[in-house]
Structures are given as structure tokens and as C-alpha cells.
Design a protein around this ligand. Structure first.
Ligand SMILES: [Zn+2]
Ligand SMILES: [Zn+2]
Length: 270
């Protein structure tokens, strides 16, 4: 099917609006509820000693908006792919058996986790880190606003996993939407700064394959461990999990509110 420049511009604005709205809702809700409203009550659950200052939040916000502007370009590429028949985002549930839609959603989550681990680890190569990934690591003590804080090159890499997936697998429009909500929610939770997960996410074999907030927080704090996104298995298989992951999680969870004083010193970046 044909497309016009007006179509492309309309789609760019549509994807940009959808994604920036998703980011602002997820980041601001968690920031205002957890950091502001319950910040004092939950201060003993704040993982690191130092808190980010306004300068860091401004850095995160600027780079997140720039990332969304890039995601929208990839979104236009997906629209062209669908129009040309290269990608199949279907809406009619009769197109494929229902389990194909479920498999599409699960497959996209597993693929994103794999893709993120390896591209992330690659961007920690000293030559790439200094020029690209350092932007994300300016947030040594992350906040919900860190979610999309990437260098433009990293934003392109981060966005390409969807078109690559669509080359081989059809996906239902609703499954894609659910995935987008899931990914921003997990992203913001990973950068929340407060550990709110139940201890079973460390102690139970049924849950310890899911990453907690401490998992990604340690990545920001120590730089060279815990590259994973949704699941802990890549870090376990590749032996990159932080040796004190479980210990630090349990330490934070064992703190009593009356023993912990809030430290508001801004974090420094490397
Ligand atoms: Zn990193
Ligand atoms: Zn991060």
C-alpha cells in the first residue's frame, strides 16, 4: 500500500505522543507516589546512600525526550514496514490461532531481554562506553526519570529490537500494546531507587529469575555487573551477576525504618 509524507508525519507525531505520554505517566506517577508522597515512610528502602540532585533529573529528562524522538522515527519505519507487507501487525483475532498472539507477546519479552543483555554488554566496551553508554550511567543513583536517558545512538540500538522481531514473527496489535506498557513499567521499576520487591524474588526458585530493583540499581552503582533487563538468567549464565546481589537486596529489606536516616547528598557521576 502507498504512503504519503503526510502519513509519515502523522505517524511520527502519533508514536511520539504515545511514547512520551507512556514515559511521563510511568515516571511521574512513581516519582510523585514513591519519592515524594511515601519518600519519608520508605526511606529505609532507598537502596543507595546518595540521592540524585536536580541537575541529574534534568539530564535524564532531556535525554529521555531525545530518545522518544528517535523511537518515533523507528515507529515510522515500522509503519512503512507494515504498509509494504514486510511486517505483520494484525488486529483481527481470526487471522491466527489465539496462542500465536500469546506466543508473540512472550516471544517479544524474551527476545527483548536477550537483545538488551548483549547490546548492553557490548556498549560497555571501553571504546563505546565513553562516547555512548556513559550518558545512561551519569545516573549513578538512578531515578524513575532515568528510564529513557540514552545517547541518541543507544536509543536507535534500543529501538531496533522490535522491527527485527517483526521480520520473523507476526504480532497482534493488542499484544504489542501490552508489551509497550510492560516494558516502560519494568524499566521504571528497575530505576526506582527503592527496593519494594518481596524477599521471595531472591529466596524462591519460582521467582528469583525475575530482576528486582536492586539488580539494575547495582548495575548503575558498580557499572560492570547485572547487565540484564527483565530476567536474571543471562547474568547467571554469563557469570556477570553481582556477587553481592542477594546479600545487598536482603540488607536493604532488613533495615528498620527508625534506624535509617535519609541522606539527601546528590550522587556524583563517573
Ligand atoms: Zn550499562
Ligand atoms: Zn539503567
Amino acid at each position: 500500500m502507498e504512503w504519503t509524507w503526510t502519513d509519515l508525519w502523522w505517524h511520527y507525531k502519533y508514536v511520539f505522543t504515545l511514547d512520551i505520554t507512556r514515559y511521563i505517566i510511568a515516571a511521574s506517577l512513581s516519582y510523585f507516589i514513591i519519592w515524594q508522597l511515601f519518600g519519608k515512610l520508605l526511606q529505609h528502602r532507598y537502596i543507595q546512600k546518595k540521592r540524585p540532585g536536580l541537575k541529574q533529573h534534568w539530564h535524564e529528562l532531556r535525554y529521555s525526550v531525545s530518545s522518544v524522538a528517535i523511537y518515533a522515527i523507528v515507529g515510522v519505519g515500522i509503519f512503512i514496514g507494515v504498509r509494504s507487507g514486510a511486517f505483520n501487525i494484525y488486529r483481527d483475532t481470526a487471522t491466527y490461532p489465539w496462542w500465536i498472539s500469546v506466543a508473540g507477546l512472550i516471544g517479544l519479552i524474551l527476545w527483548h531481554d536477550l537483545y538488551f543483555y548483549w547490546t548492553h554488554k557490548w556498549m560497555h566496551h571501553p571504546k563505546l562506553y565513553r562516547h555512548i553508554h556513559k550518558v545512561h550511567h551519569k545516573s549513578v543513583s538512578p531515578s524513575p526519570w532515568t528510564a529513557y536517558s540514552f545517547h541518541p545512538f543507544e536509543a536507535i540500538i534500543q529501538a531496533l529490537f522490535i522491527p527485527i522481531f517483526l521480520f520473523v514473527f507476526p504480532i497482534h496489535g493488542l499484544a504489542l500494546f501490552i508489551f509497550m506498557v510492560y516494558q516502560i513499567a519494568r524499566n521504571v521499576v528497575g530505576h526506582l531507587g527503592y527496593e519494594l520487591f518481596h524477599n521471595a524474588f531472591i529466596t524462591s526458585k519460582w521467582l528469583n529469575w525475575i530482576t528486582t530493583t536492586t539488580h539494575h540499581d547495582q548495575h548503575h552503582h558498580y557499572f560492570n555487573h547485572n547487565y540484564g533487563l527483565y530476567f536474571t538468567w543471562w547474568d547467571k549464565w554469563m557469570k556477570t551477576e553481582h556477587p553481592k546481589y542477594a546479600e545487598e537486596f536482603m540488607d536493604v529489606k532488613a533495615r528498620k525504618s527508625y534506624q535509617h536516616k535519609r541522606n539527601s547528598t546528590p550522587a556524583t557521576s563517573k
